[in-house]
Design a protein around this ligand. Sequence first.
Ligand SMILES: *Cc1c(COP(=O)(O)O)cnc(C)c1O
Length: 386
Amino acid sequence: MHSQDHDRLFLSPPHLGRHEMNYVHKAIEDNWVAPAGPNLKGFEDDICEATGAAHCVALSSGTAAIHLGLILLGVGPGDEVLCPSFTFVATANPILYLGATPVFVDSEAETWNICPERLREAIVDRLAKGKKLKALLLVHLYGMPAKLTEIMAIAAEFGLPVLEDAAEALGSSFNKQPLGSFGKVGVFSFNGNKILTTSGGGALVTNDTALAQKTRFLATQAKDDAPHYQHSEVGYNYRLSNVLAGIGRGQMGLLDERVKRRREIFAWYREHLAHLPGLTVALAPEPAGSRSNRWLTTILLNAPDPAAPPQPAVTPETVRLQLETHNIESRPLWKPLHLQPLFQSAPMYGGAVCADLFARGLCLPSGTAMADAELRRVAGALAECF
Ligand SMILES: *Cc1c(COP(=O)(O)O)cnc(C)c1O
């Protein structure tokens, strides 16, 4: 019998601790039910402490944080922004909000993040074509640090400011430095499926006092310094609620614990799926100096051999559907953005690496509330596919 009667195992559901409710309760008791109040300051301080950033502004989403970050870096109509193709659409949507063009770059196989060689090619080619390159949007996918040494050197060489999309990488580090703190601006997401959550929310971090002030200004409708409502710039309503920041304060206290458990889950899958033919739990090992929060455990399946006679192959989709019969949620890896209808006309440099990852990869349930018995359920269902 299949286990449809089991509770659904989600990919990465929220995992609350014991203290979130106290902060929320206090916000309601004190009537701080607004996008202002003590939980916001507390949450921002917690993020500064965890990331080493001098300033943090809590915002309504990671997407909003990327939008404001691009504005801070001066991105506007007609500009170009370098961006990995292999990422969630929320990385690149704000480039379009600003009337700018994303220039997509392929991944490298060691971290799945933007490839330094392709990046250099792209920069040289765009500059030769007379394009206005304004910024580099750097992503650390599934929590794995990008090749920061090479990439930061290239960005410095060409004078490109870096916006770090660390939405999936809170708690990850490179050479012991927290991700999100490498760029001029760093962004985190506290959406429901991320390693920590405020149900919905985001944060922008920076060491630049002026940029932090500007972020607060833009996020609260860009009110000029006057007793009446006076405005000289376009503003946004992007501040996080003090109630939700209360959830964030409770969650931030759990960061180390949550990273530890995500890493255990990754190691568990690695050990217990090793015998399945053609299946690799990726990415392992971590490159020297890199420590991933292992937000999602991902697997790669062997590429179907085009020379082999047609046979029922094990593909990410057959595996996903098989897990579904056991009421287990899994998801394909991010579909590269250069393959999305939305970005059909955007320039792309390389593309074979991320297209191959998309064709062969799948994300497994990785929520930190999962017990080992539930991991065994996933492993059992996976074994049936082979
Ligand atoms: C989740 C995510 C975002 C967007 O964050 P939201 O808080 O959902 O708006 C941006 N970039 C990446 C890589 C993400 O995974």
